[in-house]
Design a protein around this ligand. Structure first.
Ligand code: ATP
Length: 465
């Protein structure tokens, strides 16, 4: 574990994630690979539930959005035209003795200096003024830029023409398919393209668990608008920002932990005319969760010029031809998983005992309901519980059956993975009129007797509220 992960909440969260099968260290049996994490059975389900909620809100429920899944490897000219080969870089310093590299902006932030808007020279000077040494206590070099793209070769030869990159963002896969979507679906402006997929950045300082990794997933939208009506463009930016917030509420994030940050012109990406970051109160501080950038016609224009393919739009009404402008809401999926897990992690006392539970929204909880027979050696109970398990798997989905250990222990196990409801089949269920089952609520620990015939509608209503 890294120094910066020594935050008690983060330590508990990382340990719970591993213990309960959410997230494991990448390549763990070989000692790991820095900046990579593997999602286990519960982690991938949680992540998929967030993806599904996103796809539903931004693609399925809208008439103006086109889903995509572009290849990760792309022609190297895509990255030349987009500006990534020349400029996708972080400011770095090198420990003169160990040759290890560190993010200059992070070192400055650690001593309370805000590096926003600083040039490389200004950062070098600030490091000198503050007499900052490397974490090992050695002298540091001047600040330099370092390209963050992973380079590879496609095919058998390793010459210049075979160079390709693992994409550092999913966005470009959509810009280069703009014409394909136009030609096949003939959408009218405004319309958007949406994609979920892996992105790779050779981050020099991966840190804070899944917050900053070298391989991560993005959910991005490129929304194309008519640039001639500035009022409409601004209204669309506001509407897309509001949708970003609405999505965060869909997955249960607390609005009090969410902060809107308008990025100053000097700190925006080179392609952006306006940027709004959404920051979240993580256990290690308020940090970027999502972004929104007004990319103007930067990308379509750059690809038109570099590829020679016309990526303009013809407006039938005004008979005008122009390159649409693009507004990009972007979401880091792993950061959303971390936000959700860190907000959900709760310690309290129940029945005089300490407990740890994940207060996940039922919508994204990896297991919705757990079914227990009171005793595992009474066939009448286990048969009934298994029968109910089958029904609920069809009706509710994501249901777990557990007969191991005391009921108390089973509750605790489900609490730790964030299961909203546990249902126990006991002797009353098989002997009494109405076949009552005991439904136990994760958050309050409260229990209710519900007639078996009403269980599906009771749970469906609770899970969707
Ligand atoms: P940061 O300033 O934190 O490096 P960024 O501004 O470079 O992030 P963008 O290029 O806007 O990030 O990428 C869009 C989204 O992708 C971010 O809002 C974030 O959620 C996610 N993201 C970016 N880099 C990483 C990373 N290394 N690990 C995990 N998620 C990331």
């Amino acid at each position: 574990m890294k120094k910066e992960d020594k935050n008690p909440i983060m330590e508990n969260l990382i340990s719970l994630s591993k213990r309960r099968g959410f997230i494991f260290q990448g390549s763990e049996v070989y000692g790991g690979l820095a900046g990579t994490w593997d999602y286990g059975p519960l982690g991938v389900t949680l992540k998929n539930n967030i993806k599904k909620a996103w796809w539903k809100r931004f693609v399925d429920d809208r008439e103006d959005m086109y889903g995509m899944d572009a290849a990760i490897l792309m022609n190297q000219n895509v990255w030349k035209a987009s500006g990534h080969v020349g400029g996708f870089a972080d400011p770095l310093v090198e420990d003169k003795k160990t040759k290890k590299r560190y993010r200059a902006d992070h070192l400055l932030e650690e001593v309370g200096v805000d590096p926003k808007g600083m040039t490389l020279d200004m950062m070098s000077q600030a490091l000198k003024d503050k007499k900052i040494k490397s974490p090992e206590g050695n002298e540091l070099s001047d600040v330099r830029q370092f390209n963050m793209m992973f380079k590879t070769h496609v095919g058998a030869t390793e010459d210049e023409s075979a160079i390709s990159y693992l994409r550092p963002e999913t966005a470009q896969g959509m810009f280069v398919n703009f014409k394909n979507v136009m030609d096949t679906f003939h959408p009218r402006l405004p319309f958007g393209m949406a994609q979920i997929g892996k992105a790779f950045r050779n981050e020099i300082a991966p840190r804070d668990f899944i917050f900053r990794t070298r391989e991560f997933e993005q959910m991005e939208i490129e929304y194309f608008v008519d640039p001639r009506n500035e009022t409409e463009v601004n209204a669309t930016i506001d509407a897309l920002y509001a949708e970003q917030l609405a999505f965060l509420s869909d997955i249960g994030l607390d609005s009090k932990r969410i902060h809107k940050i308008e990025i100053a012109p000097a700190d925006r990406a080179h392609y952006s005319k306006r940027s709004i970051d959404t920051e979240f109160d993580f256990p290690f501080g308020q940090k970027e969760l999502l972004g929104l950038a007004y990319r103007t016609d930067y990308d379509l224009k750059a690809h038109t010029e570099a590829s020679g393919t016309d990526l303009s739009y013809f407006d039938e009404e005004s008979k005008a031809r122009f390159i649409p402008h693009c507004i990009e809401p972007t979401f880091g999926l792993d950061r959303l998983v971390l936000a959700v897990l860190s907000q959900a992690y709760t310690e309290d006392e129940l029945g005089g005992e300490k407990r740890v539970y994940l207060k996940l929204s039922p919508r994204i909880a990896p297991v919705k309901v757990a079914i227990f027979p009171l005793l595992k050696n009474k066939e009448a109970l286990t048969d009934k519980a298994r029968e109910l398990y089958k029904v609920l798997r069809t009706e509710i989905g994501a249901v777990e059956y557990d007969e191991a250990g005391s009921i108390g222990k089973r509750y605790r196990r489900q609490d730790e993975i964030g299961t909203p409801f546990c249902v126990t089949i006991d002797f009353e269920t098989i002997e009494k009129d109405g076949n009552p089952v005991t439904v136990r609520d994760r958050d309050t620990g409260g229990q209710e007797k519900i007639p078996l015939k009403d269980l599906v509608s009771y749970l469906s209503q609770k899970l969707s509220s």
